[in-house]
Design a protein around this ligand. Structure first.
Ligand code: ADP
Length: 258
């Protein structure tokens, strides 16, 4: 029997209240479970750093002092150990960074996104020069309701990806533009890179979801998960439009200051 079928309004109210209390309790349990899982993944990634430091430290000593006495096969194995431990180090750092987001106290304030992007353009300048890449930025001020660290995380990852997933022999062009609505600003980060097939548009925002091997394109698969989480913490959302070979456009919707 559902609440509508009850004859007595008082009974319907009681059922309604009971349901609301149960939903609230389950939501609180779920939030607690998520919190536990986060502190678990944080401490696991944190504790993994120590043995990893030992592995890469000893591998480096081995490479420095004994490389000459190893045969070709031995050197090949050693190089693989060094490479794998470096990759694991990057994974742990990115995972820690991702888990830290959940613990971070965020300050929602009025921030000019154009200034944030200008700072990033400055940091990316050497990389842009090395790749012969162009980064086009909005010029007018773009006030958003945000947190400086999260905004940097979001656009740093998107620009980084736009430069990484470039087409061979095509200089990367990254264009950032904004559309202003009544209560939101949608920022588009567009590139002329390799593009993404529509069936992967959802999955790429998950942790460790990658479409390429390390040899094709280096990465950890945490960048877009960090973007999605950061945007969510600011009360916005992110989506992608893309086709293989036709570049990608990532749309980040942010709230305007009140
Ligand atoms: P990472 O770049 O470390 O692999 P991300 O979470 O940032 O991790 O991205 C997940 C995957 O999405 C990438 O491995 C890549 O296949 C795809 N991707 C992300 N950004 C782009 C882009 N601008 N162009 C093409 N593919 C992209």
């Amino acid at each position: 029997m559902n609440a509508a079928e009850l004859r007595h309004p008082a009974q319907a109210d009681a059922v309604q209240q009971d349901l609301e209390a149960r939903v609230a309790q389950r939501t609180a349990e779920l939030a607690e479970a998520v919190k536990n899982l986060e502190s678990f993944s944080y401490s696991v990634s944190h504790d993994l750093r120590t043995p990893l430091r030992a592995i890469s430290g000893f591998a480096q000593i081995l490479a420095r002092r004994h490389r000459a006495s190893l045969d070709q096969e031995g050197r090949h194995y050693l190089d693989n150990i060094v490479r794998a431990s470096e990759q694991m180090g990057r994974l742990i750092e990115d995972l820690l960074n991702y888990s830290r987001l959940g613990r971070q106290v965020i300050r929602l304030e009025r921030i000019d996104l154009t200034a944030v992007l200008g700072g990033l353009a400055h940091d990316f300048a050497p990389r842009l020069r090395a790749l012969g890449a162009t980064l086009e930025l909005p010029q007018a001020p773009l006030p958003v309701r945000g947190d400086h660290t999260l905004l940097v995380q979001i656009f740093l990852n998107l620009i980084e990806n736009a430069l990484t997933y470039r087409r061979q022999d095509v200089p990367p062009v990254v264009g950032i533009s904004a559309a202003i609505e009544s209560d939101a600003i949608t920022v588009c980060v567009a590139d002329n890179g390799i593009g993404i097939a529509p069936e992967h548009h959802e999955a790429i925002f998950g942790v460790f979801q990658r479409l390429h091997t390390q040899d094709e394109y280096p990465g950890t698969g945490i960048g877009l998960a960090t973007v999605k989480r950061s945007v969510g913490m600011l009360g916005g959302d992110v989506r992608v439009e893309s086709e293989p070979g036709a570049g990608s456009r990532f749309y980040v919707r942010l709230r305007r200051p009140q």
